[in-house]
Design a protein. Structure first.
Length: 244
């Protein structure tokens, strides 16, 4: 059976003013894909995710999500932005923050079901024990798991994560990757950390103004888990040619 196309990006170009950041991008994302988006700083990765979310509009090309224009499909997407400025004095608990994922325009109260869904996501992210804590009492890794739980509380079909493991210690990163691997959603994860290639992704998009796709990544390759550098990465992807 042919897999359902979840996101379709066709000939998309985007510029900030006269600065062209993305050029002629094409990508089809299928149901169940776990795509890593890698590439240099300033390569356009965050801009690409913002286009998928409808936060920016391409000057050229089209993006469809479940066959619909992006702005009509927003409810299907859970998003973790690259930068979040937390107000550390916020009196909200972890549970309150996860519940925010259930917010809808015009909705005034959370239902019992909303609370049950929030509790389920806390469990999934293994932070139920932190539910009454304030955000300032958490480590970076714990904070990211709260935000992930909030994104999941929306019960989205697609998850888009922009550098979710940046500024987290290696142990915390591993935990987040392990949790992400278990999620059924179609996932797109931006990372400058090549470790992501070994965390269950099935396709890798390299973005540096243009997008190149590496298909069917073989993550079974034997490697030294203690040390992994760019040379080994080159060795690893040697067999995978870039395709447009
Ligand atoms: N709001 C903006 N206005 C103007 N230029 C921007 C804006 N956001 C990003 N850029 C520029 O667009 C390019 C791509 O940025 P970005 O998408 O954030 O890259 P990445 O996430 O890969 O580091 C960079 O040169 C950046 O300086
Ligand atoms: Mg970025």
């Amino acid at each position: 059976m042919k897999k359902q196309v979840v996101i379709s990006v066709r000939d998309v170009s985007f510029s900030y003013g006269s600065h062209e950041v993305l050029k002629d991008i094409n990508l089809e994302v299928f149901e169940g894909d776990y795509i890593a988006v890698i590439g240099p700083n300033g390569g356009g990765k965050t801009t690409f995710t913002k286009l998928l979310l409808g936060l920016l509009q391409p000057q050229k090309g089209t993006i469809r999500i479940f066959g619909k224009p992006v702005l009509e499909a927003r409810t299907e997407i859970g998003y973790l932005p690259q930068y979040i400025n937390f107000n550390m004095d916020m009196p909200l608990t972890v549970f309150d923050i996860v519940l925010q994922g259930r917010l809808r325009p015009g909705k005034l109260f959370y239902s019992k079901e909303d609370k049950a869904i929030a509790a389920k996501q806390l469990e999934k992210m293994k932070i139920t024990h932190l539910q009454n804590r304030k955000i300032k009492e958490l480590s970076g890794g714990q904070r990211q798991r709260v935000l992930l739980a909030r994104a999941l509380a929306k019960e989205p079909k697609i998850l888009i994560l922009d550098e979710p493991t940046a500024s987290i210690d290696p142990e915390g990163q591993k935990e987040i990757y392990a949790l992400l691997k278990e999620l059924d959603q179609t996932k797109i994860i931006v990372s400058h950390d090549i470790q992501v290639l070994f965390e269950g992704v099935n396709r890798v998009a390299h973005i540096n103004k243009t997008l190149y796709l590496h298909e069917d990544i073989d993550t079974s390759i034997d490697r030294n888990t203690e040390h992994f550098c760019e040379l080994e990465l080159l060795e690893y992807i040697k067999g995978h040619r870039c395709s447009n």
